[in-house]
Design a protein around this ligand. Structure first.
Ligand code: AHM
Ligand code: MG
Length: 328
C-alpha cells in the first residue's frame, strides 16, 4: 500500500473535528512548488539555470538563478492558497502580505527557497526549508506579528532535500515522517514513518576552518567529541548545505553545529526559516537544539532575517554540549 504526502496530511487533519481540508490544500502548495524546483535543479546545467542572477539579496549575498526560480515557484504556488495570509522568504527583504484581513487567512509561511547556495553549481545536495505558523489572533494588525513567533509555535515544519533522491521531511507536531519523491508518478510517498534520531551517532558536522574564530565552549566541545570521551571517537562530515547535513544527522545521529564566530557573532544561519524548522524536527524525533544558551525553539524572534548560532542533534551529543556550556 502506498501513502502519498497529501493522504498523510489529510488523515492527520481528520483527527480534528473542525478540519476543513484547507491545511491539506495549503501544504499541497509546498509539494507542487518543490516538485517544480526539483525538476529545474535536476536539469539546471542543461537549461542555462546555473550561475548568478546578477542581484544581491537582503543578506548581502549574490542570488543564484535557481534561488530566484525557487523563490518565485514557492510564492506563486502558495499565493493561491486562501488560508495563507503572510509569506516571509529568505530572498525577500520584507514580508509579503497576501490577504492580511481575510477571515480565511489563518496561516503564515516562512521559507528558505534554496538552502546551500554555494553547492548549486557543483551538483551537490541542496534543499528547501519551511515553517508554518498560525495567525496570532484575529485582529493582529502588524503582518510581522504573524511570523515573529518562537519556533515552539510552529504548526508544522519541514524541508525537501534534493540529493541522490528527493525527500520531503515533515512534522506537524505528531512525529517526523519522510516522503520520497517517486519521479515516475510525480508524488511524494511515505518511506520513513516516525523517524527517531539515534541517541548517539558517530559524526559531527561543522565548518572546522573557522575554529580559531569560535568561542572556547565550541573548541572544547569538538575536542571532547574527537577524544573518545563519549565512548567513541567522532568522525567529521560537512556538506555545506544545512539541509543535507541535518538530514544525515537525523537519520544517522550525531550533531550539526554552526557556531558564532568573529565574522558572524550571531552565527550565520537564519532563525526563522533555517534553524527553527530543523530544531522542530529534531525535537519531534527525540533530539534537541540550542543557540548556545537555550533551545532554538524558545527564542523570541525580533527580525525575520535574524541570525542565530545552531547546535542540533541526538540526545547524547546535545547533553554533552550542555555540559560544555555549563563548565564554560
Ligand atoms: P545560504 O542560505 O546562502 O545557502 O547559506 C546557508 C548555508 C547553510 O546551508 C550552510 O550550513 C552554511 O551556509 C555554510 O556556510 P559556510 O560556507 O560558512 O560553512
Ligand atoms: Mg539559504
Amino acid at each position: 500500500m502506498i501513502t502519498t504526502f497529501e493522504q498523510h496530511v489529510s488523515c492527520d487533519q481528520a483527527r480534528f473535528p473542525d478540519a476543513t481540508g484547507e491545511f491539506t490544500w495549503l501544504v499541497s502548495g509546498i509539494t507542487l512548488a518543490t516538485k517544480m524546483i526539483e525538476s529545474q535543479v535536476r536539469r539546471a546545467g542543461l537549461t542555462g539555470l546555473l550561475g548568478s542572477f546578477g542581484a544581491v539579496n537582503v543578506q548581502g549575498e549574490i542570488q543564484q538563478k535557481l534561488d530566484v526560480y525557487a523563490n518565485e515557484a514557492l510564492i506563486h504556488c502558495l499565493s493561491l492558497r486562501e488560508s495563507i495570509g503572510i509569506i516571509a522568504s529568505e530572498e525577500n527583504e520584507r514580508v509579503i502580505t497576501l490577504r492580511h484581513d481575510s477571515p480565511n487567512a489563518k496561516y503564515a509561511i516562512v521559507f528558505d527557497p534554496l538552502d546551500g547556495s554555494s553547492n548549486i553549481d557543483v551538483a551537490v545536495t541542496i534543499g528547501t526549508t519551511f515553517a508554518i505558523f498560525r495567525r496570532p489572533d484575529a485582529r493582529a494588525a502588524d503582518p510581522l506579528d504573524w511570523v515573529l513567533q518562537p519556533g515552539r509555535q510552529q504548526v508544522a515544519a519541514g524541508y525537501v532535500v534534493y540529493g541522490s533522491s528527493t525527500v520531503l521531511v515533515y512534522s506537524a507536531g505528531r512525529g517526523v515522517h519522510a516522503f520520497t519523491l517517486d519521479p515516475q508518478i510525480g508524488s511524494y510517498l511515505l518511506t520513513h514513518e516516525n523517524l527517531r534520531i539515534p541517541e548517539q551517532g558517530k559524526y559531527y558536522s561543522i565548518n572546522e576552518s573557522y575554529c580559531d574564530r569560535w568561542p572556547e565552549t565550541y573548541v572544547s566541545y569538538l575536542r571532547r567529541l574527537k577524544s573518545g570521551e563519549l565512548g567513541r571517537r567522532y568522525s567529521s562530515r560537512f556538506i555545506g548545505s544545512m539541509v543535507a547535513d541535518f538530514h544525515r544527522t537525523l537519520l544517522r545521529g550525531g550533531v550539526f553545529i554552526y557556531p558564532p564566530n568573529t565574522d558572524y557573532p550571531e552565527g550565520r544561519l537564519r532563525l526563522l526559516y533555517e534553524a527553527n524548522p530543523v530544531a522542530f524536527l529534531a525535537e519531534q524525533a527525540g533530539g534537541s537544539s540550542s543557540d548556545g544558551t537555550r533551545s532554538i525553539l524558545d527564542v523570541q524572534p525580533t527580525d525575520i532575517h535574524q541570525r542565530t548560532p545552531l547546535i542540533v542533534g541526538g540526545a547524547i551529543e546535545m547533553a554533552e554540549f550542555e555540559r560544555c556550556v555549563r563548565e564554560g
